[in-house]
Design a protein around this ligand. Sequence first.
Ligand code: AQP
Length: 348
Amino acid sequence: MTLCSSPNCRWKVIIVTKRRVFSGMRPTGRMHVGNYLGAVRNWVQMQDTYQCIYAVVDYHAMTTPYEPDQLNQETDEMLVDLLASGIDPEKCTLIVQSQVPQHSELAWILGTITPLGWLERVPTFKEKSDMHPDYLNLGLLSYPVLQAADIILYKAEAVPVGEDQRPHVELTREIVRRFNHMFGDTFPEPQVITKKETARIASLTEPGKKMSKSLGPSSYIAIGDSPEQIREKIMKAVTDTGPSSGDEMSPGVASLFLLLRSFGAEEQYQAFADEYRAQTIRYVDLKETTADVVAQGLQPIREKKQEIQNNKRMLEDALAQGRETATALAAETMSEVRNRIGLYNPRM
Ligand code: AQP
């Protein structure tokens, strides 16, 4: 709260600033229902109450094997998927990470204060290096440092993500504490925001693992999949992976129930839950109903995708605006950072 600056005025002026939010999506394949339910649906809701900056994080996509032409294409597709899912450039700032050069500038600086041991214990480093043993690179190890830079470049206070990203945001908080301790209070410690029920959607083919672009198209439902593709994938989904312990559902069955509840009506979910308890459930029926509700739930997104693909001008305008807004915010932060850490400034 502040007082009005006019001499005879006794009005108090309340300046309310929206809390800032950042989150990103790797353009490594089609956006799937794991990305959508775990993160993007939250992003869409937050647009009305927060100042949101959302990014397609193409530098992150370069840490695992990729083809240059494909990266360009995937970035474009991911932008279309985000807009189709409800990301509205009138309400948020939408960018491609590599178009705002301060992301990598700040990442370098943060890299100089991040102990190696912090990075070596990040679970995704181990997972991705096991997945691509011939593609071990420094970028993969320092991925969480770039992610920290992405978030704090905008002094974001909240990061809406799926459960798998929690350790990365925790590391960002550690880096922030270290930076603030070494150079003075500069950045807020960002909070993770997850939707508990949908924070981890399982793979259709390996339900012990999370749904992931890199596990291949049969393991996930892309938000642009046709009803036929959705049906085929769900009918093939793994339901029982060995005997379940006591009353606990197997991960595959639990995953179908989660999709049913996320896209269908509560009564449909309850009816199958009753059958499951009564041990009269037929998984083929559960799969058919789940396939129907997922296909119906994604229909508006499929239609919007088509609309955006026919009007790429709208996407270009949104990105130009997003880049301008983000670059201005980033420049402000970097000017402060450069001063704090003692980089050469001839005017001092
Ligand atoms: N299975 C999931 N359940 C819930 N949330 C998920 N997210 C990803 N998978 C699930 C969330 O989606 C956001 C964007 O993720 P990303 O593409 O940047 O990276 P990721 O987590 O590595 O996603 P993928 O699909 O597994 O990609 P690849 O195969 O390229 O590594 C994040 O908020 C994430 O939590």
